[in-house]
Each structure stands twice: as structure tokens, then as C-alpha cells.
Design a protein around this ligand. Sequence first.
Ligand code: UDP
Length: 240
Amino acid sequence: MTDHPKLYEGKAKILYATDDPAVLLTFFKDDATAFNAQKKGSIQGKGMVNCAIASHLFQVLAKQGIPTHFIDQPSPTEMRVKAVKIVPLEVVVRNLAAGSLCKQTGLAVGTPIQPPLVEFYYKNDDLGDPLLTRDRLFLMQLATPAQVEQLTTMALQINTILTQFFQACGITLVDFKLEFGLDANQRLILADEISPDTCRLWNQTETDPARRVMDKDRFRHDLGEVESAYQQVMERVLAH
Ligand code: UDP
């Protein structure tokens, strides 16, 4: 842990300042929430597992030319990141129908989505992170048209890289959420985390709809064996 001032405590992470104003320290907690924090709990070892997975995936993406906030991982539960101004949008990419998409459209779980869907949600817990239309997004000045175009392009590039990466791990990347920030040069870079908390991941060796789940849906829907599923994702990710 750190003696540095705490800047912000979120549901799954704590953000600390460092001696360098351009660098922040993220501490990954074991705390887990779902359904806009109506369900609260803890997943033992999650902080370490998510920090390891996210650090690895940020490096995979950086190697493929995606700018990210990742600097390094000074301890198993800590990540040093570039200080950015977070864009208050949750960018969701979907390859197969699941979660809120199925609830809102009636599409069957697992329906292939081609081309992948890119959606923007307003990052605002008080409002329950609502799905935005482009017009509402512009109305609220959450991003410019050029930024929306760039976010869409980056989200699809990240999807291509991660889909291929998880495929090699025997895992189907169903959907995921990204957050971006503006760096000191007003450049959009990938921020936050990519982990089983923020992705739907299905084990390709399982067909049973409950057994195949390797992500936070195990916690959301009380499917059990949450810790071992996260652990399994980490082992496969770190081996690739
Ligand atoms: N997601 C997330 N944080 C959120 C909302 C969604 O990380 O605040 C992720 C979620 O884990 C899934 C994807 O984004 O991988 C799509 O989520 P969806 O819209 O289906 O919402 P949910 O079913 O979680 O309500």
C-alpha cells in the first residue's frame, strides 16, 4: 500500500496520487458490486487477479498500437497509470447478445452480432449508467463527433485484438466495457481496466450456459465458484 493521498475510491479500485503529477497509482480491491451497487460482496483474491489480467491485456494492446494509460505494475494489486481526464462514457462492444441487450431487445442470449455493436452509456451511477443515443451524447457535450468516431474505431480495434487473444485462450469474448481518458495532449487513450469484472467471457470447453461463465455474471447471478473462474481466466491470459 501507499502513503500517498487518496484521490478517489470507486467500487473496485482506489486511486492515489504519486510524487509525479503525471502518474497515478491504482489499487485493485476484492470488493465486488453488481446491479448499480444494489448487490455488494467480495471476491477473494480478485484485486490481484484483475490487476494481473488488466496489466497483461494493456501490454498486449500497447504492442498492437493501442495507446493505454498503463505504465507498470509495482505490486500484485497495484498498477501505475498515466493521469488522464476520464471521458464520462462507458463504451460497450458486443459480439454475442447477453445482459442488458437481451433484456431490452428480446434477442436470445448468445445470438451472434455481426458487425459487432458499439454502444455508449453515460457513466453516472445516480442515473444508473443509461444507454445514450448519439444525439443525447452530443446534447450533453460528453464528446465531440470526431471523438465519438475515434472512440468507435478504437473500440472495434481493441475488440479485434482481444477477441483473437481470448480465442487463443479457449475463451469467447462475448461483450465488454471500456473507458477512455484524455491525456495531457488531449489525446484519447484507453484507461480503467479490462478484466472479468468488465467483460463477459465464456469457456469454450463448456456448453452449459451456467458452467461456461468465467466472469462477473457468476457473482451477479450467484452461480458459485467465482474465485476459481477468475483464477482460471488469469492463468490462461498470463500463459499467452
Ligand atoms: N459492464 C461493466 N460496467 C458497467 C456496465 C457493464 O463493466 O457498469 C460490462 C459488463 O460486464 C458486460 C458489458 O459491459 O461485459 C455489457 O454489459 P450490459 O450492458 O449487458 O449490462 P449488464 O448486463 O451488466 O447490466
